[in-house]
Design a protein around this ligand. Structure first.
Ligand code: OOG
Ligand code: NI
Length: 484
């Protein structure tokens, strides 16, 4: 079988994300309203802000906007996580970044399965924030044993999907017919199940320990808990949510509104209270027909929207973290409905120390950019010589900022922001917490454990900063190729 008999991973991911979106719209109709609202806002921004439109045309993001969304799932065991890694690989999605949520009081650590290069991301930017439960953090050995035993019994992947993952790995691809079957079978894993495999009594004990433990251990599978579309103006989208009777959080998490957006700003509507049926006895473990059920409720699934900005360098990220902490300390309490306008004002003032134009962000090495040749290159021999001299250096890092800035000033090269493709769950811990029905803000103090996570995953995670750096360097190389 040759490569062109196979359906490309980009196409499989695209079709899968569309199927996932349709399923979630059916499960959580409010999500459908969010999608409509976000596409209205985006259409408005593209008409009223031609500069934003040009920028998105230059970076190639314009075509992906309407299909851009991320999801989130929570897994219970190492076996589930490693199979999930293999499942996402079929769709060209790989683990990027390590997130330790323990300091935010959430007993999980996580990664994001996503594409690695802009070309693939532009074809389908779908990604999934994936958490692994850390029962070792809860400090209740009896409950830990009971939870582990419960998790060990569940099968979150269908036999068919496992067979197709193995076939993909053997052949290095799937023919379209198999790929369609894969999409259908893979979707089953993310479905909502309203019949729980645990009794209400066990669920209550898990809930009492931590709502997230109940959300993982209390269910048959890792239901997708939100799907987040990308908006070009989150303030406008938030206002529309409120005007449309969708009760959103009062605070937009992340950096303040800026002319040049950085990283990620997010807001959400609160988790829905959903009816579930709890098993009344454990006798029918293997035979559902014999189980009795009693009614109850669970809150897990919610709606979120986000606005993405330029990816920051380590120096930019450190400045962001520092300013966000300053703002929060100045406010003194957790930002909420009652102090929202005061918080925004403090945030604006604090972030005045963060340059707000792309040129300055570039020149001070705070953010990552694509370098692109402008149409002027062919007019200027002098600049061409300058460019060639700059690129003659074997080590691209040796090309100085000043040399590049000169070419930008001369209009030979332009810079365009590389969009942040990752997450900020700790600095935006509000998203996790506000949807867990949990107000207490405790934190687990065990050290973060990337090695354990990677052992469970069965591979290392990619370093997101290296990926942005490479994209930036590649774009510089491409400029050279274009001008020689
Ligand atoms: C994931 C929360 C993280 C985001 O956008 O930061 C996330 C979860 O609630 O499982 O999705
Ligand atoms: Ni999210």
């Amino acid at each position: 079988m040759s490569n062109h008999d196979f359906m490309s991973s980009d196409d499989i991911r695209h079709e899968f994300s569309m199927a996932m979106s349709a399923m979630y719209q059916e499960e959580v109709p409010l999500y459908g309203n969010l999608i409509d609202l976000v596409s209205e806002v985006n259409a408005e921004v593209l008409t009223t802000h031609p500069d934003t439109k040009t920028q998105l045309l230059h970076t190639g993001e314009i075509e992906r906007l309407s299909m851009e969304r991320h999801g989130a799932i929570r897994l219970g065991t190492a076996t589930e996580l490693s199979m999930m890694r293999r499942l996402f690989a079929v769709m060209g999605m790989y683990p990027v970044g390590y997130y330790d949520l323990a300091p935010a009081g959430v007993p999980v650590h996580s990664t994001a399965f996503r594409t690695l290069d802009p070309h693939s991301s532009h074809k389908s930017p779908f990604r999934v924030f994936t958490s692994l439960l850390r029962l070792d953090l809860i400090g209740d050995e009896a409950l830990e044993r009971e939870a582990t035993a419960t998790l060990q019994k569940r099968r979150i992947f269908t036999d068919e999907v496992i067979g197709l993952i193995e076939r993909f790995e053997m052949q290095d691809g799937l023919i379209p017919e198999d790929a369609q079957c894969f999409i259908k079978e893979a979707l089953q894993t993310f479905r909502w199940h309203d019949k729980t495999p645990v009794t209400k009594e066990l669920y209550q004990r898990l809930l009492h320990q931590h709502p997230l433990i109940a959300d993982v251990v209390g269910f048959k599978g890792p239901h997708i808990n939100h799907l987040t579309p990308r908006t070009l103006d989150i303030d406008a989208a938030q206002q529309k949510m409120q005007a449309g009777g969708i009760p959103s959080k009062a605070i937009i998490e992340g950096p303040p509104r800026r002319a040049c957006p950085i990283l990620l700003r997010q807001t959400s509507f609160k988790a829905l209270e959903e009816a579930v049926s709890f098993k009344t006895a454990n006798i029918g473990d293997l035979d559902e027909c014999c189980d009795g059920y009693e009614q109850g409720f669970h809150t897990a699934r919610f709606g979120e929207i986000e606005q993405r900005g330029v990816a920051l360098t380590p120096k930019g990220r450190a400045l962001y973290d520092q300013l966000l902490n300053e703002a929060r300390n100045q406010l003194g309490i957790t930002p909420n409905e009652d102090n929202a306008s005061q918080y925004y004002q403090i945030l604006d003032e604090t972030f005045s120390k963060f340059p707000d134009n792309y040129q300055a962000l570039h020149d001070t090495d705070l953010a990552y950019f694509y370098y692109q040749l402008t149409d002027n290159i062919h007019d200027s021999c002098k600049d061409r010589a300058l460019l060639a001299a700059a690129f003659d250096k074997v080590d691209l890092n040796a090309v100085s900022r000043a040399e590049i800035s000169k070419l930008i000033d001369d209009g030979v090269i332009r810079i365009e922001p590389i969009v942040y493709e990752d997450f900020l769950p700790v600095s935006a811990a509000g998203i996790f917490q506000s949807n867990l029905n949990q107000s207490k803000n405790n934190s687990y103090d065990n050290a973060s454990n990337q090695q354990e996570f990677e052992k469970a995953l069965g591979s290392k995670v990619y370093d997101e900063l290296k990926l942005y750096e490479e994209i930036q360097a590649q774009s510089l190389k491409k400029c050279l190729a274009g001008c020689s």
